[in-house]
Design a protein around this ligand. Structure first.
Ligand code: LLP
Length: 416
């Protein structure tokens, strides 16, 4: 029998079947120990004393998880007033929140200015807007280093073909706008894209942002971005981005730059996925088993409203099966695992060799903690799942209730 996460103690004092019975199926289950160890690995990746890890909460903004991340000493980066609100709910102070704007309205920008969080803008037009709204204020700008990286074209966030950042050639205009509104440029940031396993593109972008940083003598920080990859494939789990190796290179670069720069400077990185992805298993239930022509389908309650990544990016997630019958038979077969949404693209895993399953078996979708629950929806009138946490003492607690029909209907207004 293969070693699975249940045997490894991931679910604490409860069995997966007890969890779906108690909290509803599907349910996102998080493991506190794994979350904390990822935070610690990141905190320890360099020795440079002024290095801040901003957890990019777009990957998962459950405030209970943010409380843990905060206890581990990570700050946060946010994308919207909603994320500012949730970070504050988890206890973050405004000076620990970095708001990275992309095409935001005046209203959103004002919210951030009033909240007192550091704000980064990513176009000349938004820099003008910031200057009008907060003359004499402090601001950061997002640069586009001219090349990107990522697991899918949709998540490459730098380079000529993307909407993000300001080109290095535009620094002259940046300086004009800063002067016109009497703004202090306190930071430069960038983000090349999501999920790279190789450090080279990241280091190339570090080089490029530091070249720009030399032109601004009063910076408080330079933020190199996130994107640190993990492996979603069980067989090459160790093939994640080597943080220690990257950290060693960064250390050398940061110490050298700080010495040349001549004033204390903070460096930041903003990983999202690396922090939370592996801390969660999404549990669901087999609802139907059927043969359609050549294919054997395992129907489940995990539609793409619950986990969008496979449908949106063709992403791979390992699946484990926890049913008792499975353990006894030990048999495997080739199946396609699908959800309960009325679209034929609603496929969780295509042509996978998995233990032979029966109705009511509980399955686990691994590495679901980043871009999982936050990207879920009520499509097809489905209820978004509960989230539970297996604490370090192995006890299980609820950290988000499952939607109810009242939640689903709550914001609609009937005609009189
Ligand atoms: N900073 C900025 C400005 C970002 O846009 C992102 C992610 C991050 C940091 C964090 O990147 P990470 O370390 O998590 O790779 N939904 C997609 C991923 C989209 C990432 C968007 N930006 C997925 O499920 O793969």
């Amino acid at each position: 029998m293969e070693h699975n996460l249940r045997e490894a103690g991931f679910f604490g004092t409860m069995e997966p079947e007890q969890m779906t019975a108690k909290y509803g199926s599907p349910v996102y289950v998080y493991n506190e120990g794994i979350l904390r160890s990822r935070c610690r690995e990141l905190k320890q990746m360099v020795t440079y004393p002024h290095f801040v890890i901003d957890y990019s909460i777009k990957a998962n903004f459950n405030p209970a998880l943010l409380q843990i991340v905060k206890e581990e000493g990570l700050e946060v980066d946010v994308m919207s007033p909603g994320e500012i609100y949730l970070a504050k709910m988890a206890g973050y102070e405004p000076n620990q929140i970095f708001y990275i704007c992309n095409n935001v309205s005046e209203e959103e920008m004002c919210y951030a200015i009033e909240a007192g969080v550091t704000t980064s803008v990513d176009s000349l037009s938004q820099l003008e807007q910031y200057g009008r709204l907060n003359p004499g204020g402090k601001v950061a700008i997002r640069l586009n280093p001219g090349h990107g990286a990522g697991h899918h074209q949709k998540v490459v966030t730098a380079g000529k073909e993307t909407k993000f950042g300001i080109d290095a050639e535009m620094l002259h205009e940046v300086k004009e706008i800063l002067a016109r509104h009497n703004l202090a440029l306190i930071g430069l940031n960038q983000h090349i894209g999501s999920l790279f396993l190789d450090k080279e593109q990241y280091l190339k972008s570090v080089d490029s942002i530091l070249n720009c940083a030399k032109e601004f003598p009063d910076l408080e920080f330079v933020d190199f971005g996130g994107g640190f990859g993990i492996s979603y494939h069980k067989e090459d789990k160790k093939k994640r981005l080597d943080l220690k190796d990257l950290g060693k290179e960064l250390d050398e670069i940061m110490y050298r730059f700080a010495e040349e720069y001549g004033r204390e400077i903070i460096f930041r990185a903003e990983p999202g996925r690396y922090v939370t992805a592996e801390s969660s298993v999404l549990l669901g239930t087999v609802t139907a088993v059927k043969n359609n022509h050549e294919n054997k389908y395992i129907g489940t309650d995990i539609g793409f409203n619950v986990l969008m990544r496979p449908v949106l990016y063709d992403s791979y997630h390992e699946i484990e099966v926890y049913g008792k019958s499975v353990e006894m038979s030990g048999k495997k077969e080739r199946v396609t695992v699908v959800g309960n949404i009325c679209e034929s693209g609603d496929i969780l895993a295509k042509d996978r060799m998995l233990p032979s399953m029966r109705e009511k078996d509980v399955i686990g979708v691994l590495d679901a903690g980043a871009y999982g629950h936050v990207m879920s929806s009520n499509y097809n009138g489905r209820l978004r799942p509960a989230e539970v946490l297996v604490k370090e003492d192995r006890e299980v607690c609820l950290i988000r209730k499952r939607d109810t029909f009242e939640d689903l209907a709550g914001n609609y207004v009937l005609l009189p």
